[in-house]
Write a protein that binds this ligand. Structure first.
Ligand code: NAD
Length: 470
């Protein structure tokens, strides 16, 4: 029997079967999670569909007030949720506390927004009004790196706009999401949120389900393409937040000692398993050696250990498949570049990799071209900044990127040439809920966060009225 339950139609229920969730710091079983079958998926969608008329008819401020209650409930259980998140995801406990806090902040932010009708045109003969109507049932599918932030970023705007939701977390990190389901069962009307867990086998049944109106998906670009194919049958609305290969370009005026710690932190956040982590660094030749040395020093000083242990700066990779994948990137780097620091898995139980800095590596290697999603960072040399920009843009990805300089205006002019959804200057990874977040190229479609992100959970509708009586 599992201590965790699915949430279907307001009831916490066991799964048709179960799956084992592993603690990545120990490789031992952490918990047995309920696993839904196809019938339970259909029940979850049917419950969401049944709850939609009453939920969408509630005034938006009432829906917002219930979101605030959810945020309050998370806050009251923050320490418990954070500990569980560390145990299933691997990130150090302060980072897990930060993730729960960020999720709460995002729910509270969306709870304050509104979807007012807008008069687009009015004169003596006509009045044209635009309204935003909810879509229906939203499928919210999340990845295993920041499962609770991704959950909040989807359910909060979906619910505020008047939709109902079926959530499906990644099979290796379902537990904190299921605990969140306990709060939903107490606070929300039955069926407004439903949570099912699969073993990577129900995603396409959910995204192609005829009663699902929109899919909000975060995951890899490869899976995102399958999701896009699966929604064509019913032309569902779609938001895809996918992979990235963010480049940081250091202009020739930076101070390596000042900048290196910021770069290192942005590259190794969640052990490098962040869509917007720095994944490549381009350094001017005049400072190349010094930057590599600084990054190498920081990597060697990093405390890598179980995220529950005080003082741990970097936890394990989240799952065995990713651990094996990242070891493959290290082997590629060893053949094609020079490893300055790290370069190995720790000799202990758990999916631990020491932070790895790689220099003198070519642009056409796997580590530079693909998304490593791990703590293995290539540092590349350039002599002309236009060449660095061209190489940074030579990627199928376009999620984020950053330019670093003592002269922010000079950096701004370079930032304008970068093909990505976000470019930061003298920072990276800075996510604010009221700023739109989007991926360019194969990093995604649509917007999350901000008023624009909220409106993606609606159908904009025009009412065009002739003032003359019929
Ligand atoms: P993944 O694509 O393997 O899985 C993501 C989710 O999709 C999981 O819940 C999985 O069970 C589900 N899934 C699997 N097959 C499916 C299918 N056919 N149809 C529908 N759903 C399916 O990704 P992952 O390995 O869990 O996550 C890592 C990736 O996520 C990285 O590429 C990372 O960059 C990306 N990511 C992007 C963002 C962003 O906002 N752009 C944020 C976090 C992570």
């Amino acid at each position: 029997m599992s201590a965790y339950k699915l949430l279907i139609g307001g009831k916490l229920v066991p799964g048709a079967t179960t799956l084992n969730v592993i603690n990545p710091a120990t490789e031992e079983g952490l918990a047995v999670a309920p696993r839904a079958d196809r019938a339970q998926l259909d029940q979850a969608v049917a419950a969401a569909k049944a709850a939609f008329p009453a939920w969408s008819a509630k005034p938006i401020r009432e829906r917002g007030a219930l979101l605030v209650k959810l945020a309050d409930g998370m806050e009251a259980r923050q320490a418990e949720l954070a500990r569980l998140l560390t145990e299933e995801q691997g990130k150090p406990l302060p980072g897990a506390m930060g993730e729960i806090a960020a999720a709460i902040g995002r729910i509270r932010y969306f709870a304050t927004l509104d979807l007012p009708s807008k008069v687009l045109k009015e004169d003596a003969t006509q009045k044209v009004v635009e309204q935003h109507r909810p879509l229906g049932v939203v499928a919210a599918i999340t990845a295993w790196n920041v499962p609770i932030i991704l959950l909040a970023l989807k359910i909060a705007p979906a619910l505020l706009a008047g939709n109902t939701v079926v959530v499906k977390p990644a099979p290796t990190t379902p537990l904190t999401t299921l605990k969140f389901g306990e709060l939903c069962a107490k606070i929300l009307p039955p069926g407004v949120i439903n949570i099912i867990v699969d073993q990577n086998d129900l995603g396409s049944a959910l995204t192609s389900h005829p009663d699902v109106a929109k899919v909000a998906f975060t995951g890899s670009t490869a899976t995102g393409k399958k999701v896009m194919e699966s929604v064509t049958g019913t032309l569902k609305r779609l938001t895809l937040e996918l992979g990235g290969n963010d480049a940081a370009i250091l202009l020739d005026d930076i101070d390596p000692k000042e900048v290196a710690p910021k770069l290192f932190a942005s590259a190794t956040f969640i052990s490098g398993q962040a869509c917007i982590a720095i994944k490549r660094i381009y350094v001017h030749e005049s400072q190349y050696d010094e930057v590599c040395d600084e990054l190498g020093r920081l990597a060697r000083e990093t405390v890598v250990d179980d995220g529950l242990k005080q003082g741990t700066q970097m936890g394990p990779l989240q799952n065995k498949a990713q651990f094996e994948r990242v070891k493959g990137f290290i082997e590629d780097a060893r053949k094609n570049g020079k490893i300055v620091a790290g370069g190995k898995a720790l000799n202990r139980k758990g999916y631990f990799i020491s932070p790895t800095i790689v220099r003198d590596i070519g642009d056409d290697t796997r580590l530079v071209r693909e998304e490593q999603f791990g703590p293995v960072l290539p540092v590349l040399r350039y002599s002309e900044v236009d060449d660095a920009v061209a190489r940074a843009n030579d990627s199928d990805y376009g999620l984020g990127g950053s330019i670093w300089s003592k002269d922010p205006e000079r950096a701004f002019a370079i930032a304008e040439k970068i093909d990505s959804g976000t470019v930061w200057i003298n920072k990276h990874l800075d996510m604010q809920p009221d700023l739109p977040f989007r991926g360019a190229k194969q990093s995604g479609i649509g917007t999350e966060q901000s008023q624009e992100g909220l409106e993606e959970y609606t159908q904009a509708k025009i009412i065009n009225m002739a003032k003359a009586p019929a």
